[in-house]
Design a protein around this ligand. Sequence first.
Ligand code: ADP
Ligand code: MG
Length: 712
Amino acid sequence: MPEGDPPLTLRDLADIPVSRLRGVGEKKEKALASVGIQTVLDLVQHYPRRHLDRTREARIAELRKGDEATVFGEVRSSSTRQLRGRRTLTEVVIGDGGHQLTLTFFNQRWREKQLQPGMTLMVHGKCDFFRGNRQMTGPVVDLVGDQTGRIIPVYPQSEKSGLLTRDLASFVREALARARIRGFADPLPDDIRSRFGFVTRGAAIEGIHEPETMTQKDEARRRLVFDELLRVQLELVRRKRRIERETAGISHRLEGELVERFHERLPFPLTAAQERAIAEIGADLALERPMHRLLQGDVGSGKTVVAVTALLAAIQGGHQGALMAPTEVLAEQHHLGVTSLLDDLMVPDPTTLMGDRPLRIELLTSRIGAADRRRILADLVIGRVDLVIGTHALIQDRVEYASLGLVVIDEQHRFGVEQRAALRDKGDAAAAPDVLVMTATPIPRTAAMTVYGDLDVSELDELPPGRTPIVTTWARREAEVARVWETVRDEVGAGRQVYVVCPLIGESEALDVSSATETYESLTGGELRDLRVELLHGQMPSTEKAEVMERFRTAATDVLVATTVIEVGVDVPNATVMVVLDADRFGIAQLHQLRGRVGRGATASRCFFVADPTTADGETRLEAIVASTDGFHLAEVDLDLRGEGTIMGERQKGRNDLRLASLVRDREWVGTAREVAVALIDADPELEDHPGLADEIALLLGDDEAEFLLKS
Ligand code: ADP
Ligand code: MG
């Protein structure tokens, strides 16, 4: 390479095939390709899975029976014996100083060739004693060879490719040595680098592959993690801003008589969190671009008041609002709730004689008769309906609006992308409606920033005052379970009502139903014999379901035995006990949702999780849910337990540029990357002044990938 060439960019590295490296012949080239490494960029981004600190390795002499340890040693001898049948046993003896350790491998005759006397190995496994000698059966073996550093990178190995961590380390070493001539370009502006005390790109790449200390490795990782997160956020923010520039929306004003009247008649002051969310939403509504915001808040945090405020802002400006729920039962419940909240509210209307007219709210579900339906549809077209409540049927083609200004979607996770897109098309041709998505299943804000890249997030992280906390009990032993049913009978005796949620079988709805039916029969024949118990499950016809719900709502039933159909939203303040059977089969979020069905009135409520978990995860979930009623905290625990895969979706995770970064481990950096991205894009929308960053994004986050991030 001629002297004076500019530093290497990632694109430069992507243009160099690995075959250009010394030691990479045809065979290794194939092997590397089989693990996705074709270019020098692929190679330097093939990060070590872990790093071994040789100062912490165990000495063979120290190993006791049962110890799981990492040991370095030199191969002394290896041999293979034929066992009965066609089995073979290969024994490799390694030593450090005067002590020896025997490694045994079954049916791995090739080990004899692989591990030849004189080689240095790192082995990891469990120490055992056999006839007085230390031994490890089937340990993990890395040929560290002549890697002399104190810190040894361990690369992901693949038996199939035949590549050893030693090979990878030597290719990387070669690549880095060659790159050192020109050095690595650093696309991150200096001021950002120094603000966070990051090492340079070059130091980071070297530091992750060939650190001299663990601290150096950590610093390197921190920088590379930030780079990955920043690229994703830059792309998300850039696209978001583009959409905002290109889609016209309606400017709504929060200030106005209708919103004022509504707030004045509320029997309680807003919580600080509600005020904050309303202000955030108000600022979005005022802009002439469509809002796209997520409102996260625990059950009972008062999302409805916030949503209704936004809807009224649209209505007072002469537009219409739509409120969509995931099920008809929930739509009906919203209709009841919102109607009573807005009972007799008058809309200021200078064109009428009195200067006022009643607010018109309509429910539109499949249970609305044909004639009513026709009338509602006709009135929606001419703008005579202010607010319509329903399910996703509200965005069917047949529903037309005079001027749809705001759509509120409750329980976002039940709605797909297509429906969201369809909604946008419902607005005037000229302007798209604003969209507010509400969820009572919060996901950590930092995860939301990546998963819902195009949504802004508001949070209600505070419950209205005066709530009596729900007492949660984990009933595990028989005696404890017996006490649960005792409590149920006592509460019913005191005039309260109870939910019993049945085991989730999961394999099919039919199984869930039969489990619910069984539970119902055993309870009515046993523990709850004299009580008025009814069964509710997903396969009942919807009219029947509604009747059962209605009887429960009006307290004609004491106990509702149900499958998870009650998971979302039913609101019966007199129900004060929730019993979840086989609770270890549910996820944390689901358990939290179920618990939220009680504690809606003034009386103290109780929640019982009946479970004798068979897995460690089940145990941890129950411990967590019993210990906290804070949905945001539980969301963090859930993310820790399940990892980001469940949030991002396997496909999404597999494709994205997050190789080192973890939404769990690096969560605080997500927020930082978002902030930095917003500042950069707002100053330079298409990154024209940062061609290095723009180029890396183009290189590493193809169009498909960015689409994906936006689509979750
Ligand atoms: P969410 O939809 O977030 O689960 P809701 O909007 O249904 O919660 O509100 C739960 C209950 O709290 C309702 O009965 C509502 O009237 C009441 N509520 C809402 N905001 C407040 C407040 N600021 N102070 C007291 N009660 C409130
Ligand atoms: Mg709600």
